[in-house]
Design a protein around this ligand. Sequence first.
Ligand SMILES: [Ca+2]
Ligand SMILES: [Ca+2]
Ligand SMILES: [Ca+2]
Length: 190
Amino acid sequence: MTVVDNLGASSTESFQVIVINRTYHITWKIASHGLFWQYPQYLDEEESIQISREITYCNMTKLIFNLTWDDDIPILGAPNDEFMFNVTSPMGPSQEESDDDQAISISFPTSGDMNEVPEDFDMGAETIEALEQILADMYTSDNGIGEWEVNITLVDAPGIINGQIDTDEGNDFIMRVSCLYYIPEITVVD
Ligand SMILES: [Ca+2]
Ligand SMILES: [Ca+2]
Ligand SMILES: [Ca+2]
């Protein structure tokens, strides 16, 4: 009878898995992109222009459309060209404003956020890169992405002084858009 004791022959392998599991604190802040939609462009009196652009930013909280102009022929120093502009969102709702004070601003939405800003929280992760991936997967929202349409009309461009001939035939305008969106700020707790 042969007894084979192989205990001594067996090798012991050991695996050392190093998991650096840290806790992170996630807060959210609002950042902004400034977009030029229309460089100075001239409109004749009573003329309209339509501008369509696709906006593709995720996690937008607000879009702010700013129409500005500088009346080239004010009357006695007071600007009087009247612009009207309206914005139609890809979700359907539209807004319209008109003014003769050289600036009109339209915001979407009018109150609250287009995408709700997440709550702050703590989370464990092996690496900050892994955490960023989790946040990108779980907290990416696409409300507001799509085709936005803007219509701009120069309603009236008065230029008459003391009954003389109206020499104001139109005006330049500039269309800028600010896009606000939330991004995570990550700090190590322990
Ligand atoms: Ca004018
Ligand atoms: Ca005119
Ligand atoms: Ca003008």
